[in-house]
Design a protein around this ligand. Structure first.
Ligand SMILES: CC(=O)SCCNC(=O)CCNC(=O)[C@H](O)C(C)(C)COP(=O)(O)OP(=O)(O)OC[C@H]1O[C@@H](n2cnc3c(N)ncnc32)[C@H](O)[C@@H]1OP(=O)(O)O
Ligand SMILES: CC(C)C(=O)C(=O)O
Length: 512
């Protein structure tokens, strides 16, 4: 089994993502997490680019001990000097220097002939080798470079002292077969190729960064570069978490793995996402919110019978510890009951059908049911079942910017009688609570009212907490509903019902 080295460039190429600007301490935080993830090389920045970049590369090099820290430099002496100054105290100082080789870049950007490009690259590597023990040289835009010229310049930079040769697909133009062929071509046509490591660096402009990286591995690459969550210039880089998990899951096919601590993937991904502000799409492979979610009944049934039916990666493998099986309107009783058990909610079998009806009713209106939703509806149902003296049947609230809010409420009362009232208030909630007060026998004083959403999203459930005084007794109540007003009414009634329940229980005890 070959071990592929992981070169993380989240802090250099990743930070080149439009709109991303990490400060010193954020970069350090990410570098420390990358160390926990156990990547082999951390490209901490481009030291010559700015004082800030220099300082963070320097600090990261001094701090990180178990990974090799590197910095990028053009084929320019002052860039290489800046890189050395910032990296020299690292555990294993390593330079990453590059020069474009493709005809497009030579002609339009560098304005250099092939000979001039070779001379500049060789000079930079020779200069760097007086300082750095390890030098990586990259042929920028390698995938659009004439292969014989690529082989020629690579042979010369190896002789000049480069230890790692990187073949970037700078603009994400290569296809897997084509990109893989570059590696096999170089292995055949560069005489000194066995003295160096070959590295793949792929961009995702055509969505092929991972496929290309894997093709490179099949054709002899021993190092793969990329970023966490695939962030980076334009469409981004190869997502390292996807690459490492692909190798792990398909080691039977690739015969290769990485030293990455896969359990740290979820934490690393969420840290990078938080600090860069680049949210991870829900359907993103390996780290997306839905990556381990099974929504439809047939899939859920299959997974419950044997996970391997629909799950090739376990969430635990990459550090997700909760089962994210999404329950929704297409779910069945098996999945529902199973989820309750996993949440530690013990519900007797005979109560499952009633709960399932409530759940389905809500799921019809809500996109998906989270664990919090499930726990909330089950607790609501379980805990208030015996305490329903006043029960909400219907509410109607009229509200307009220039109108007096008016509420109409229908309740079922203590003796199952129908109670109906209407009242106004300064706002909708006050109108509602004034109406409820008219329905209920006895005096009610509202003491506190709080509302919060259960889970996220516009269709999140509303959880209302009230505290009130009913017939001289303080009580609190909870109400859960998709609508704020309904949740408010339920919370109010729940608090009143608790007082009645307490009084009735005391009477019952006294009567025994
Ligand atoms: C594919 C990649 O991701 S490469 C890395 C890209 N990352 C970055 O560019 C971020 C950091 N860059 C910077 O801060 C700035 O571009 C600096 C500090 C490096 C240079 O800034 P400036 O001196 O203002 O030059 P500017 O960026 O406008 O132009 C780049 C110059 O470098 C030259 N150049 C580009 N690549 C190389 C190279 N590998 N070796 C030598 N020269 C190079 C360009 O031809 C151009 O030269 P010119 O001024 O003679 O035309
Ligand atoms: C500097 C090189 C490696 C690069 O980032 C690219 O070509 O994409």
């Amino acid at each position: 089994m070959r071990t592929i080295k992981i070169f993380d460039t989240t802090l250099r190429d990743g930070e080149q993502s439009a709109g991303v600007n990490l400060n010193f301490s954020e970069k350090l935080e990410i570098a420390k997490q990358l160390e926990r993830l156990n990547v082999d090389i951390i490209e901490a920045g481009f030291p010559a680019a700015s004082k800030g970049d220099f300082a963070s590369v320097e600090q990261i090099a001094k701090t990180i001990r178990s990974a090799s820290v590197t910095g990028l430099a053009r084929a320019v002496k002052s860039d290489i000097d800046a890189a050395w100054e910032s990296l020299k105290e690292g555990a294993e100082p390593r330079l990453h220097t590059f020069l474009a080789t493709s005809p497009i870049h030579r002609e339009y950007k560098l304005k250099k002939s092939k000979e001039e490009v070779i001379a500049a690259a060789v000079e930079a590597v020779e200069y760097a080798s007086k300082m750095f023990p390890i030098i990586q040289w990259s042929a920028e835009d390698a995938s659009r470079t004439e292969l014989p010229f690529l082989a020629e310049i690579i042979e010369k930079v190896i002789r000049a002292g480069a230890n790692i040769i990187n073949i970037p697909d700078t603009v994400g133009y290569g296809t897997p077969a084509e990109y893989g062929r570059i590696f096999s071509y170089l292995r055949e046509h560069v005489p000194s190729i066995d003295k160096v490591h070959l590295s793949a660096h792929c961009h995702d402009d055509l969505g092929m960064a991972i496929a290309n990286s894997l093709a490179a591995v099949e054709n002899g690459a021993t190092q793969v570069e990329g970023t966490i969550n695939g962030i980076g210039e334009r469409a981004g880089n190869a997502a390292l978490e996807e690459f490492a998990v692909a190798l792990h899951i398909r080691k039977d096919f690739y015969g290769a793995s990485t030293a990455m601590n896969l359990q740290e993937i979820s934490r690393t991904s969420s840290l990078v996402s938080k600090l860069t502000g680049m949210t991870v799409p829900a359907n993103k492979a390996v780290v997306g919110k839905n990556a381990f979610a099974h929504e439809s009944g047939i899939h859920q049934d299959g997974v419950l019978k044997n996970k391997s039916t629909y799950e090739i990666i376990s969430p635990e493998l990459v550090g997700f510890h909760s089962n994210a099986m999404v329950l929704g309107k297409h779910s069945g009783k098996h999945a529902f009951k199973n989820r309750l058990q996993e949440l530690g909610l013990t519900v007797p079998d005979e109560e499952i059908p009633a709960l399932f009806t409530i759940f389905k009713d809500l799921a019809d209106r809500k996109k998906e049911m989270t664990d919090d939703d499930l726990a909330a509806i089950v607790l609501e149902e379980k805990l208030s079942k015996d305490q329903r003296f006043y029960e909400l049947m219907q509410i109607q609230v009229q509200y307009g910017t220039n109108q007096i809010p008016t509420a109409t409420v229908t309740l079922s009362g203590k003796q199952n009688e129908m109670l109906q009232e209407a009242a106004t208030g300064a706002g909708s909630i006050e109108a509602l609570y004034n109406t409820l007060e008219k329905c209920i026998t006895g005096e009610v004083h509202l003491l506190d009212y709080r509302i919060q959403s259960v889970g996220a999203g516009r269709d999140a459930l509303a959880q209302v907490y009230v505290s009130l005084q009913y017939e001289g007794q303080e009580s609190s109540g909870r109400g859960l509903a998709q609508d704020v007003l309904e949740a408010s009414a339920k919370a109010y009634l729940n608090a009143v019902n608790r007082v009645i329940y307490l009084k009735e229980s005391k009477t019952a005890v006294l009567n025994v």
